[in-house]
Design a protein around this ligand. Structure first.
Ligand code: GLU
Length: 485
């Protein structure tokens, strides 16, 4: 029995590829966002498929209809595309295959591998309590011979004896005693198919040869194997369970406590290259310890055999560092193009954006930012009118005794210096000398006057990009304010 006949044909509109390399799948449940752990699973599946000339199937495990909303599915597809992870088949949706799951469930019942159960949860709990057993189903209906009917769940009859061994490519052999596994439900009492049934039927129908997924699924795998055997499909897939991701306190990542949403990183201006590079290193490393790797280098070097089974520390600080490295690797035009969506969404009027001014300053900015969203703050002084001043910094600097004189001297000197970074630098150094200050001290009030902030790109690049007229105007305004402070 089963969906796959002896020639390897797959039914139900699921496409078949004969021969060739391994068939992998990424099977997210749409929950509203893509977790970094799921993204890593997607990446590892993709890397194996690409490296070994296999096929990657995308499957949406959306049987939990109330939770799996359409825009969430769109969101997952969108983030995967952004990461650069394409798929060869799908997305297949479990929500369209209910009849198929029921058909397999029915066959399992007829062959005696599954049985109907009319126990309510309360009844199960009460019996456990009365017997002083831990909560869980006690196989009450296993020998009652119930047929299908309303309010009857279908349960899988797990063998009462023996062991099931999962041969995991990362963890080695993991053996489970069958007696410890519960008679898990395949269909809910309302007839809805449940996770393991759908997961196994799909892997069989989609002719999956390699299951690469998070370690949180390892306890499901002995049940998966028993069910697979009962369905009598093709040879069992190989398994690789990926190490858990933990935070700096070695706790499993939690969506409430830790920054785990890939979408948020994207919105903050992380590069997909940096994301993939960093995710690849969570549990895996190349033989030569090279850290910065392009996608095609990852494809060339990746292997599941080198994946570690110890939990992997997901370190947002390190991810940010990688992002900076990747930002600096972009060629100037690509950097500017990647900044564009962030600049377009920025808080100045659309017609205030001046591409030439941005182009002038972009190289200095590219050297300094950790994320693309930081670019906005670094260049906003070019496009804001009036300038937004960091008022607290201004209040403090305006009280410093040397400030008015520095601003006045800069105003005078900048009026006829050649308007380029180098001469501006020399002119400002002369002002600092004359005032007996370090260059850095003299720069602070000038920077604040013309950019509104205390940190940003190098002052002389900033001045050059801003242009003489606007710089002088801003100095005048600051001199006025300092006089009345
Ligand atoms: N849908 C499951 C999840 O999102 C994945 C199941 C699997 O990979 O086998 O956790």
């Amino acid at each position: 029995m089963g969906a796959v006949d002896s020639t390897g044909e797959v039914r139900d509109g699921v496409r078949e590829t004969r021969g060739g390399g391994p068939r992998l799948r990424f099977a997210p449940s749409p929950t509203g966002y893509l977790h970094v752990g799921s993204a890593r699973a997607a990446l590892y599946n993709w890397l194996v498929a690409r490296r070994e000339g296999g096929r990657l199937v995308l499957r949406i495990e959306d049987t939990d209809a109330a939770r799996g909303r359409e825009e969430w599915v769109e969101g997952i597809l969108d983030v995967l595309s952004w990461l650069g992870l394409d798929w060869d088949e799908g997305p297949y949706r479990q929500s369209t295959r209910t009849e198929r799951y029921r058909e397999v469930a029915e066959q399992l019942f007829r062959s005696g591998a599954a049985y109907y159960c009319d126990c309510t949860r309360e009844a199960v709990d009460e019996r456990a309590k009365a017997a002083g057993r831990p909560p869980g189903y006690d196989r009450w209906c296993r020998t009652r011979g119930l047929g299908p009917g309303p309010d009857r769940a279908l349960r899988f009859a797990v063998p009462l004896e023996g062991e099931t061994t999962v041969a995991d490519r990362i963890r080695g052999e993991v053996t489970f005693s069958n007696a410890q596994l519960d008679d898990f439900a395949l269909l809910r009492s309302n007839g809805a198919p449940l996770f393991l049934l759908c997961n196994v039927v799909d892997d069989a129908d989609e002719a999956i040869t390699d299951v690469v997924r998070g370690e949180d699924h390892l306890p499901n795998t002995p049940k998966y194997q028993l069910l697979w055997e009962a369905i009598g499909a093709r040879p069992l897939p190989r398994f690789a369970h990926l190490p858990m991701l933990v935070n700096e306190r070695r706790q499993k990542l939690s969506k409430r406590r830790d920054p785990v949403r890939v979408e948020d990183y994207r919105a903050e201006g992380y590069l997909p290259e940096a994301m993939c590079n960093y995710l690849a290193l969570l549990g895996w490393g190349p033989e030569n310890d090279q850290e910065v790797l392009e996608l095609d280098e990852l494809v060339a070097q990746f292997s599941l055999e080198r994946v570690n089974h110890a939990p992997a520390f997901f370190d947002p600080v390190k991810l940010r560092h990688f992002n900076g490295v990747w930002i600096r690797r972009l060629d100037p035009a690509t950097f500017r193009a990647r900044c564009e969506p962030f600049l377009r969404a920025a808080p100045w009027p659309a017609d205030a954006f001046d591409a030439a001014a941005f182009t002038r300053l972009a190289p200095a900015v590219q050297e300094r930012v950790g994320t693309l969203s930081e670019v906005v703050g670094m260049v906003s002084f070019l496009f804001e009118e009036p300038l937004q001043m960091e008022e607290a910094a201004w209040a403090k600097l305006a009280r410093a005794p040397e400030t008015p004189a520095i601003l006045v001297a800069a105003r005078a000197s900048y009026a006829d210096v050649a308007w380029e970074a180098e001469p501006l630098h020399a002119a400002t150094a002369a002002i600092a000398d004359a005032a007996g200050l370090k260059l850095r001290q003299a720069q602070a009030p000038i920077r604040l006057a013309v950019t509104g902030r205390l940190v940003g790109p190098p002052l002389f690049d900033a001045l050059e990009a801003l242009g003489r007229a606007r710089a002088l105007e801003r100095l005048d305004r600051a001199i006025e304010r300092a006089a009345t402070a």
